[in-house]
Design a protein around this ligand. Structure first.
Ligand code: PGA
Length: 262
């Protein structure tokens, strides 16, 4: 794991955008795994800027989103499908045929999830996966005690996640869907590179447990300790409970320039 502590969320997001941009320039048909929520918004803004001002070309990129709420139509204003088009896809030149977001309205969910897994495999697998993290340590919607071997499937949100996500539903917990389709932890772990972003003090405990705690299903993101290329990109507040924060800064500052790919 590489822990990179930044002065604020914008600097962190620009750093993450540089990693994405470098991949897309080197591999124009890259497969990106994408996330929703408030955390990646500034990353998407920066990628939109790089597209508009520096010609970053997404025309051959394929994307797979992590998750979607069950029961929300893809054009529902609170669906993750709507979120992705509104915040990102409509403002870059991605080919809509290459965009994959779980469909929360399917009737045969297990068959649909198997097909989603097959599509990821047929695309060559995810080159770079963007992750946020829940205050409870979830990645995607893999809540605590999710199996590390899990694949794309239906999950039930915890009460805490329902409460945390109410801000996207007019602050009304009662209308937050209880179920979602999410890539599994096993699915996420097959990505070649992972960028996990976390900002704000309400993520500090989850980040400390993820980076420095034992690998445990109670903290799903802790499995990233077993990933060969996972970068944890933080702002100051999200790093506040890391025991070795000074060490991570020292490591980063001491990297030779050719290694500073983020
Ligand atoms: P957030 O959600 O980006 O809205 O904080 C992250 C997550 O739940 O994974």
């Amino acid at each position: 794991m590489e822990v990179i502590i930044n002065s604020d969320a914008r600097v962190a997001s620009e750093r993450a955008a540089r990693v994405v941009a470098r991949l897309v320039r080197e591999k124009p048909d890259a497969v990106l795994g994408l996330a929703t929520g408030s955390t990646p918004l500034m990353l998407y803004e920066e990628l939109i800027r790089l597209h508009a001002q520096e010609g970053l070309d997404f025309s051959r990129v394929t994307s797979f989103n992590l998750d979607e709420y069950v029961g929300l139509d893809s054009d529902h204003k609170w669906s993750y499908n709507h979120f992705m088009w509104d915040k990102f896809f409509s403002r870059i030149n991605i080919n809509p045929d290459n965009v994959n977001i779980p469909d929360g309205m399917v009737t045969d969910i297990p068959a649909y999830c198997d097909a989603y897994e097959r599509q990821i495999a047929q695309s060559g697998g995810v080159d770079l996966q963007i992750l946020g993290i829940g205050a409870d340590g979830h990645i995607g919607f893999n809540e605590p005690t999710s199996s590390f071997a899990s694949r794309t499937r239906i999950k039930t949100l915890t009460r805490r996640t329902v409460a945390d996500n109410a801000c996207f539903f007019d602050d009304d917990e009662a209308i937050v869907p209880r179920h979602c389709i999410t890539m599994g932890i096993g699915t996420i772990m097959e990505s070649r590179t992972i960028l996990l972003l976390a900002f704000g003090e309400n993520k500090a405990d989850a980040i400390a447990a993820t980076v420095e705690g034992p690998v445990a299903a109670m903290v799903p993101a802790s499995i990233l300790q077993h990933h060969a290329d996972a970068k944890i990109i933080l702002d100051e507040s999200a790093s506040a409970r890391l025991q070795l924060a000074a060490y991570y800064r020292w490591v980063y500052e001491g990297k030779p320039e050719w290694q500073q790919d983020a």
